[in-house]
Ligand binder design. Structure first.
Ligand SMILES: *[C@@H]1O[C@H](CO)[C@@H](O)[C@H](O)[C@H]1NC(C)=O
Length: 158
């Protein structure tokens, strides 16, 4: 098979908790399906607070625990992303509102809520940043596993 890669970008507020986990898990899912040569994958933030930083240590811990390799750093979404990527995923309704506001008119990317691909119907990937423990990160990981598979099963119909 040849042709252009499909491109997916995962977004959350700061790009240090949810979107790195979603990116890492989606990459691993694609790798495990031997589809890594068909995908270009990244993540980015709505806001600029954490640009250049590694993910929150609890996000890194959660990924390490599940053998998800990760070594990307936070960046903020730019308007070119909306024409470079085929799919841009938000984690909650607020992300979706921010994405719709920023998308240049007529841009190519489909703006999708990651949780809409969860077969268990858990639509919102809640921001665990202010939690006092790592449980929300584990939950985000589990949701990302289900949504990555769910999305890949549907991608050819989108
Ligand atoms: C991926 O490739 C490996 C090595 O060729 C093979 O063992 C494995 O069964 C493949 N996995 C899938 C899901 O096709």
């Amino acid at each position: 098979m040849s042709g252009e890669k499909k491109k997916a970008l995962f977004i959350c507020l700061g790009n240090i908790c949810r979107s790195p986990i979603a990116e890492g898990v989606f990459q691993k899912t694609v790798n495990d399906m031997n589809l890594s040569d068909q995908w270009e994958i990244d993540s980015a933030a709505i806001g600029s607070w954490h640009v250049g930083n590694s993910p929150d240590w609890r996000a890194l811990d959660t990924m390490k625990k599940h053998d998800v390799p990760y070594d990307n750093h936070a960046r903020q979404i730019i308007s070119e992303d909306f024409n470079h990527y085929d799919f841009i995923f938000g984690m909650d309704e607020e992300n979706m509102r921010d994405l719709k506001k920023r998308a240049p008119k007529g841009s190519k990317a489909k703006l999708l809520m990651f949780g809409d691909f969860d077969p268990q119907g858990d639509r919102i990937i809640r921001d665990p940043y202010y939690d006092s423990d790592a449980k929300g990160f584990e939950k985000c990981y589990q949701q990302s596993v289900r949504c990555s598979k769910g999305f890949l099963e549907k991608v050819d119909t989108l």
